[in-house]
Design a protein around this ligand. Structure first.
Ligand SMILES: Nc1ncnc2c1ncn2[C@@H]1O[C@H](COP(=O)(O)OP(=O)(O)OP(=O)(O)O)[C@@H](O)[C@H]1O
Ligand SMILES: [Mg+2]
Length: 303
């Protein structure tokens, strides 16, 4: 995996060394030649084609790409919620067949059971997995404590803010001790301030437990702030465009978002996700709107 020249100067020996160490870890999630089509009006439409990607143990990977390129489909295939047409998905070296407790999932929409308290929501998977109710309650309360929601253990989802609901969704998934946590735009519905708070929460949790995170987002800044590597997909059909190593040290500082390597990475990702041709088309659309203003009308000076 080559580092693009615009990011090379930010990849210090320490960052390079860390990246190399990540790639030497065992493979947590290994996607091999994955193909997926959906049928539309009797015709097969290829959504994902020949996807090869590996996430290493305790790595934080983000996935970006244009809308409709198949990001959510990829997450659902990894989760075993859809069947694959070709290729394979391996977890810890073993091919997956359908859903399994080794993969947890958090979606954008709050997927909590509205009729259960926070505690019961977190206990649910544990009891389903065969744990006694007493033990499940002890573990659920520890998780709830970890994300600072101890005062809300007996509250119902509708009594929580969006950020709190997502904290519960995350610990509910983590309580089952998955090896990989799949997250599909989990913070997209939050306002920017709460979103940043949740990102910081997630990094803190990730640093403290043995979990590999596969995180889908539309937000390039979010992807850079969170991840070690970014899987960039292209659309029609969804293919791997590039895998970008983030040239930022960890832990990520508060002012990371304003740093030069951060902005350089953002510019580079922009060029991959929204190539120049698309921008030119956008500009042409705008120009035709400008031309709609009659030339002889009196246009007030905007300054
Ligand atoms: N169950 C389905 N049946 C038919 N087509 C589907 C199905 N699920 C997804 N698709 C199609 O597959 C393509 C990829 O969808 P997907 O939701 O994976 O994209 P995405 O990258 O997550 O998009 P977004 O960024 O908007 O969330 C889209 O064209 C979508 O219409
Ligand atoms: Mg999606």
């Amino acid at each position: 995996m080559a580092t693009p020249s615009s990011l090379k100067k930010w990849t210090t020996p320490e960052i390079q060394d860390r990246n190399e160490r990540i790639l030497k870890r065992p493979k947590a999630l290994n996607i091999q030649g994955l193909d997926k089509s959906f049928y539309h009006k009797g015709r097969a439409v290829k959504v994902l084609e020949d996807i090869d990607f590996t996430a290493y143990k305790r790595e934080f990977v983000c996935v970006v790409g244009p809308s409709g390129c198949g990001k959510s489909t990829l997450a659902r295939l990894i989760a075993g919620l859809e069947t694959i047409d070709g290729g394979a998905i391996l977890m810890d070296g073993a091919e997956t067949k359908g859903p399994g407790p080794d993969r947890g999932m958090v979606f954008q929409s709050y997927s909590l059971f509205p009729w259960m308290t926070v505690k019961k929501n977190v206990m649910f998977g544990l009891v389903e997995g065969g744990m006694s109710k007493n033990q499940a309650e002890i573990e659920a309360l520890q998780w709830i404590d970890l994300v600072g929601l101890d005062k809300f253990a007996e509250s119902y989802p509708h009594q929580l803010s969006g950020g709190m609901k997502q904290r519960v969704a995350i610990i509910r998934a983590l309580a089952n001790q998955p090896k990989v946590l799949l997250m599909d735009e989990p913070f997209a519905a939050l306002d920017p301030k709460n979103r940043l708070k949740m990102q910081q929460y997630l990094l803190e949790i990730w640093q403290n437990i043995d979990i590999t995170i596969f995180f889908i987002t539309h937000d390039l800044e979010e992807a850079i702030y969170l991840s070690d590597r970014i899987l960039v997909l292209e659309a029609n059909p969804g293919r791997v465009k590039e895998v970008v190593s983030v040239p930022l040290p960890r832990p990520r500082a508060d002012d990371t978002l304003l740093s030069e390597p951060f902005l350089a990475t953002k510019a580079y990702l922009e060029s991959l996700v929204h190539p120049v041709e698309e921008k030119q088309i956008d500009m042409e659309d705008k120009l035709s709107m400008v031309r709609m203003v009659p030339v002889d009308s009196e246009v007030p000076d905007i300054f």
